[in-house]
Ligand binder design. Structure first.
Ligand code: GUN
Length: 312
């Protein structure tokens, strides 16, 4: 089997995006004296979530943003969590708020996400932002797009330019990735199919894809032989699996990578593909939210629309 696929370097693209964001942050500071600020809320002590929240803070600092993190006990009441969100909603110095998921089972996730001011909802999970994305909203200023799908669209745009008319298959229908991804592909004028656990003939559906995005969280689900020759493959899966020799573990995607490189024209590796884009896009959303809030206060719409038109 000869490997032909181009390997899409998400790490490099994310670094480029952070560089661009840092310039935007500096410009905002020069023009208004305001630094974008991200507030992250972590409930409980899930180690993976703690690492993600720490990285978000570190990368915010690296682009010149301010950040604060609120680490709350697993046993916090829903009312106390909602009260913290209310406080952050009303804090004019905070431009972006995120509640790291998953939340403990006694907390109503939907009620928490609904409580965040949609203008500060830098994850794009509030029903207002979900609704804007699901409607034909490309021209709506201030809509916030979920971070991982935004990153995937940037990688696809770099690879393909226009996506118009292409068959896109999204495997996975989560609120965080699959559903918003499908909406963005539809807005890019693809013919979109969403596959999920009940999908019949997944191999046949995958074989129709010019663009395949897998966000199923199932290691090795997508076999190389299913992939249409020349397809662009975006693997969002981050799955920890034991090493073959039984010693330690490693991270793999949903796609059988080595097999897929023989058929795809381009593919994201795991790690180093989509993963690095997610936090960079969170910072992009935080900068956009800060610009929109600042412009609103100054009745200055030019700055906001400048930034909005630069990206998906
Ligand atoms: N948990 C897994 N992915 C995400 C994400 O993108 N945002 C938040 N808030 N929690 C997550």
């Amino acid at each position: 089997m000869t490997a032909t696929a181009r390997i899409i370097d998400g790490k490099r693209r994310a670094a480029q995006l952070r560089h661009d964001i840092a310039i935007g942050v500096e410009r905002l500071r020069d023009e208004t004296g305001i630094a974008p600020k991200l507030a992250a809320i972590l409930v409980g002590d899930d180690p993976a979530s703690a690492i993600y929240v720490r990285r978000k803070g570190e990368q915010a600092a690296a682009v010149g943003m301010e950040s604060e993190s609120h680490r709350l006990s697993t046993s916090i009441s829903q009312d106390d969590l909602l009260a913290l969100i209310d406080r952050l909603n009303h804090d004019a110095a905070v431009h972006g708020i995120l509640v790291q998921l998953p939340l403990p089972p006694h907390i109503d996730k939907a009620a928490v996400l609904r409580r965040i001011d949609p203008g500060k909802d830098v994850d794009g999970f509030h029903p207002v932002n979900v609704g804007l994305l699901a409607s034909d909203s490309e021209t709506v200023d201030g809509r916030i797009i979920p971070c991982t799908p935004m990153g995937c669209m940037m990688l696809l745009a770099d690879e393909l330019g226009s996506l118009e008319g292409m068959n896109a298959v999204v495997v996975g229908c989560s609120n965080i990735v699959g559903r918003p991804m499908a909406q963005l592909l539809l807005q890019a004028r693809c013919t979109v199919s969403i596959a999920h656990i009940h999908t019949r003939d997944l191999p046949e559906l995958v074989a129709s894809a010019d663009i395949l995005v897998s966000a199923a969280g199932a290691p090795g689900l997508i076999k190389g032989s299913w992939i249409k020759p020349g397809a662009v493959v975006i693997d969002v899966g981050i799955n920890r699996v034991p090493n073959a020799d039984g010693d330690g573990s490693r991270i793999v995607g949903d796609v059988c990578f080595d097999e897929a490189t023989a058929r795809a024209s381009a593919i994201t590796p795991v790690p180093g593909g989509v993963g690095p884009m997610t936090i960079a896009c969170l910072l992009e959303n935080t900068l956009r939210a800060a610009i929109a809030m600042t412009a609103e206060r100054r009745h200055d719409t030019d700055m906001a629309s400048d930034r909005q038109s630069q990206f998906a």
